[in-house]
Design a protein around this ligand. Structure first.
Ligand code: PFF
Length: 456
């Protein structure tokens, strides 16, 4: 495809909303609250913020500049910028990572559809805590129900992808992202006004540094990485649709800010509500699917209509956030197949959707009927999660930092971040320093820690 024919986002707002849509997802609303809960609240959040600033933002700007300068899918981008070298593997690994994450992420994303359905049909009403646990376990291990929702979720993603960059991704983001913000604000408002919510607010605002150890620090870094969609060329692919006028640094700051705000607001939805009914903040990954519907029922036991509305809104919010993220992962692989193998865009999207459905089915079944079939002690779902988030994303992020910080011609870097000298970049030296030293060292530590080599 020639440079002229290549699709573009049509507006500045579209660029920010689509990129923020990729970043905001299950990582913010499902993973961030339980990580915060497990790591003691406000102190974790402060460390997380430092990680976003020192690590996330420089790598995000790098992905943006690599994508926009090469105006290619993430695999081709490295061939354009470093022809004849092995750097192309950074892009190729990114595509593979996107494909694998999409397969298992869609399983959990599919669950959000089931929970929207259950909330809308008022299935949560009158259930006890034990019944919530049982019904979640029965659902997630059911052989066909989660598979159907997984297929529905991937088909919804597919439908938007085939509409293209401007009409599909950009237009849907412009509708879904503001909807998401409105839903979040309503839910925060409901949650913090519950009687007893103040303990949850305190948990989020008052840091207790006695709980901070290396695992908190490293956990916060991993979370920042996943949440900002970094390390697999996702934002690099989106940036290939940016125009020459897009201010990369400003866009990265806006996306980082919105992503962080949503994560913290998700905390303000979940913790005040959980504390209000005396539920432990460290309930872990089940916080959203088991604890929360229970919280809604108990918190609004006197006003069933509020319990109903709160649940419906919350799961719609989760589904919308997951959808804007699956779209971005799908786009990485679709753009690659479309541009590298000359499939039409819609054929490329069909291949991605079809293969992800097949892999997704394996992931889904591994949580129930086929849970006894394991590799390295893990079922397919856990294996994909482990290999991608704990190995491939950190590795990709570190290589991107090294590529921009050490390898890439600094003239290209400077031209991209300043739009050919028309924008000011007062922190340019700090940006390069972070990429060269801080990011590779910090990510290496996360990497080693997550493989359990530090014994934390
Ligand atoms: N950032 C997304 C979330 O927080 O749910 C997940 C994600 C999307 C990770 C895209 C990686 C990616 F490339």
């Amino acid at each position: 495809m020639s440079k002229k024919e290549r699709a573009n986002f049509g507006s500045k707002l579209g660029v920010i909303l689509a990129s923020a849509g990729s970043a905001i997802g299950l990582g913010n609303i499902w993973r961030f609250p339980y990580e915060t809960g497990n790591h003691g609240g406000a102190a974790f959040i402060l460390i997380y913020l430092a990680c976003i600033l020192l690590l996330g933002l420089p790598i995000m700007i790098s992905e943006f500049l690599i994508g926009r300068h090469s105006r290619s899918n993430t695999a081709r981008a490295y061939q354009v910028l470093a022809p004849g070298t092995q750097w192309k593997w950074v892009g190729r690994i990114g595509v593979g990572t996107g494909f694998l994450i999409l397969s298992y992420y869609s399983v959990v994303a599919g669950w959000t559809f089931e929970y929207v359905f259950e909330a809308v049909t008022n299935k949560f009403a009158g259930k006890t805590s034990d019944e919530f646990i049982q019904s979640f376990q029965a659902f997630s291990s059911n052989p066909w129900k989660p598979v159907l929702w997984l297929v529905a979720f991937l088909l919804s993603t597919h439908f938007i992808i085939v509409k293209g960059v401007e009409k599909g991704i950009e237009r849907s983001s412009k509708i879904m992202m503001p909807t998401l913000f409105i839903l979040i604000i309503i839910l925060v408002g409901c949650s913090i006004t519950l009687p007893g919510a103040d303990k949850g607010i305190e948990f989020l605002l008052k840091p207790d540094f006695s709980k901070v150890d290396s695992s908190v620090f490293l956990g916060a870094m991993g979370q920042a990485f996943f949440s900002m969609s970094l390390g697999m060329g996702c934002l690099c692919t989106y940036a290939s649709y940016f125009s020459k006028e897009t201010n990369l640094t400003k866009t990265a700051f806006s996306v980082g800010l919105i992503d962080t705000l949503v994560a913290i607001l998700a905390g303000f939805i979940i913790f005040p509500a959980a504390f209000a009914v005396g539920i432990n903040p460290d309930a872990g990954p089940s916080l959203i699917f088991i604890t929360l519907p229970n919280v809604f029922q108990q918190a609004f036991s006197g006003v069933p209509v509020l319990a109903y509305l709160f649940s419906v809104l919350f799961y719609i919010l989760l589904a919308v956030a997951a959808l804007t993220s699956t779209i971005s992962m799908h786009e990485v692989v679709t753009a690659y197949l479309h541009e590298e193998f000359k499939f039409t865009r819609s054929r490329a999207a069909q291949i991605v959707t079809g293969s992800c459905i097949i892999l997704g089915i394996f992931c889904s079944l591994s949580l129930g009927p086929t849970q006894d079939y394991t590799l390295f002690g893990m079922g397919t779902f856990d294996l994909f999660d482990f290999v991608t988030t704990k190995i491939m994303l950190p590795l990709g992020g570190m290589l991107i930092a090294i590529f921009t910080g050490w390898y890439l011609d600094k003239k290209i870097v400077w031209e991209e971040v300043t739009n050919d000298g028309t924008l000011k970049m007062p922190l340019y030296k700090a940006f390069i320093f972070l990429l060269r030293f801080i990011a590779p060292i910090a990510i290496t530590l996360v990497f080693i820690d997550e493989l359990g080599l530090l014994g934390t």
